[in-house]
Write a protein that binds this ligand. Structure first.
Ligand code: TRP
Length: 331
């Protein structure tokens, strides 16, 4: 890792396929950060088991997520890409940090409250201490910046609190991370209910686009996207459907809203939706092709995650060693 560059850490749970929302809102940005920063991206399988998983499925999805990252343009030569459970220091640091985190702090986490409602039959201790593991993820790599969505800001704030407290009691060892707010991050909404964020857990499968779905599926979903009745293609808070389609079009093509509005001025909604659908489908084509190629090359994929784990372990071990020493373990 280059000393002069700042470090960025982020992670995604292997809990399903990547959507167009994840791609345009996060991963596309990560690709752009690779040259400017030391980037470390993880597939957090240990976080995933806070809700019950089918083991074979989890294994498959972790690998598929890794392949999707690479297909999207994350370059294993530039960024460190690894699977969380391959680096034991995450669990080890998480224990030490959990002894420096208050029950009260964890009880206030809104995601815990939401998830315990959703999984009322399995409110396990891991679900409760989830943010401590997330703090360990970040702190092990001395991350300066963490790109996260709004839903994770509270967890990041807790990671900062834990780091500050640890440093206060034991001396400066942990780097206090900051949220990375991208200059231009696209917030992509559901195609069916444009008031809510595009999500793979949307009960209506027409609401989200998966990176790996077929071109026809993508176009069909855009054709069915919810619009409004005034037939004018312009961005406006009272036109959430059309605004979302414009945002998607601009995020994919790099055009400004004004340019897009001018391009479609006078056109009908049907033509507009088809044009956006085709543009999106075409832009995803190379990602799908790269994914197919990777899925035929198991040895290459294995080499990438093994190599990533080795690099991640090296960095994480050093930080963990310092922490162990500070708390009084014999190292
Ligand atoms: N909790 C994050 C999510 O569900 C995933 C995550 C785990 C993460 N560890 C992280 C994100 C560290 C950023 C940094 O989206």
């Amino acid at each position: 890792m280059e000393q002069t560059k700042k470090t960025i850490f982020s992670a995604v749970q292997p809990s399903g396929d990547i959507t167009l929302g994840n791609y345009l809102g996060a991963i596309k940005n990560w690709v752009n950060l690779q040259d400017e920063y030391n980037c470390i991206y993880s597939i957090v399988d240990m976080h995933a088991i806070t809700v019950r998983q089918t083991p074979a499925e989890l294994r498959k999805r972790s690998l598929e997520l890794l392949m999707q990252y690479i297909a999207c343009g994350i370059d294993p030569e530039k960024a460190i890409l690894f699977i969380q459970s391959h680096v034991p220091a995450h669990a080890q640091l998480s224990w030490v940090l959990s002894c420096n985190t208050q029950m009260g702090e964890l009880s206030r986490m809104t995601q815990f409250k939401d998830k315990s409602k959703k999984h009322a039959d399995d409110i396990n201790a891991g679900l409760f201490t989830y943010p401590v593991l997330m703090a360990a993820d970040i702190l092990l790599y001395k991350a300066d910046l963490v790109p996260v969505g709004n839903d994770q800001l509270q967890h990041l704030e807790l990671a900062r609190d834990i780091a500050n407290r640890f440093n206060f009691h034991y001396g400066d060892v942990l780097t206090v991370p900051e949220a990375y707010i991208p200059k231009a991050g696209a917030r992509i909404m559901s195609l069916q209910s444009p008031e809510s964020k595009m999500s793979k857990s949307d009960p209506n499968p027409n609401g989200f686009i998966k990176l790996l779905e077929t071109k026809d599926d993508t176009i069909r979903k855009f054709k069915r996207a919810v619009t409004d009745s005034d037939n004018e293609i312009r961005k406006s808070p009272d036109k959430p459907g059309i605004s979302n389609l414009l945002d998607i079009y601009c995020a994919v093509t790099g055009k400004t809203t004004e340019e897009a509005e001018a391009e479609f001025a006078g056109k009908g909604y049907g033509d507009f939706k088809l044009a956006v659908g085709e543009t999106v489908a075409d832009s995803l084509e190379p990602i799908r092709a790269k994914f197919d190629q990777l899925s035929k090359d198991k040895a290459y994929v294995e080499e990438i995650y093994k190599n990533g784990a080795q690099q991640a372990n090296y960095i994480a071990q050093r930080v963990l060693g310092k922490v162990y020493k500070k708390v009084g373990f014999i190292v």
